[in-house]
Design a protein around this ligand. Sequence first.
Ligand code: ZN
Length: 320
Amino acid sequence: MGTRAATGRTHAVRTALIAAAASALLLGLAGCMAASEAGATTDPNDDRPVVLTTFTVLADIAENVAGDNLRVESITKVGAEIHGYEPTPGDIAKAAEADLILDNGLNLEAWFAQFVDGLDVPHVVVSDGVDTINIAEDAYEGLPNPHAWMSPLNAQIYVDNMEAAFAELDPENAADYAANAEAYKAELQLVHDELTAELAELPATQRALVTCEGAFSYLARDSGLTEQYLWAVNAEQQSTPRQIASVIEFVRANDVPAVFCESTVSDRAMQQVVEATDASFGGTLYVDSLSEEGGPVPTYLELLRHDADIIIAGLTGASQ
Ligand SMILES: [Zn+2]
């Protein structure tokens, strides 16, 4: 189709630009700059190995495993749309001097393969080993749903992968990483037990989770919810009239009391569902990004608890 071809061309141009920017920067780095000068935020006295993650949720999990031994930073900032992110030359410069890059994988970071292409930095896919759920519809049909971290049990696998990667990067502190990973996995287990117990209290007729993005497949699997969404992956970030109509039909047919939308996208389409049905807007869920420090979900564990609270309050009518 016309739009698809145009998108493809834009994509190709963007790829070429990123590649050009990357080589220019790498040449610049090799030629005349000390590596530490490239990153604006680099503290010259901080000589810890640098671990870069693709988004804030991974950075928080990684910090819990790393303790004070490594400097962990996220490429995308709080609130960023991570699926279709376009890396800046600054990101590429920063990545070139990192010691390790962690990405989610499962096609979450559409931009990532080009980003690391040409960088001489090891990278580890932290979702390796997760039992994935395939997307059932849309342009992404049959591909794994990338939002595996929305299950704390999957996050335990992320932690194991990070522990192994950190031990290889910094063998001297391997015992620290093992101990940190053990402690954090125990916290994840606790959150999982809490969430599933709380969500299990929902009556059988109120177990439908309706969101903008189909980001809750793994949490739904853990806690026996049925999920319904406006679009499968935020890279689309646009719902067709057909998708909106089908969600409206679902909400009406199932008497769904509340619907939700995620923090990194507009809730405009979901407000149309609210207007056309008896459902109320249950609130904003966090998936693809943490909040700022003073916000509702500055850590991944708080993100999970916050979402469970909002979902339960919405579906039991407590939020009205
Ligand atoms: Zn997403």
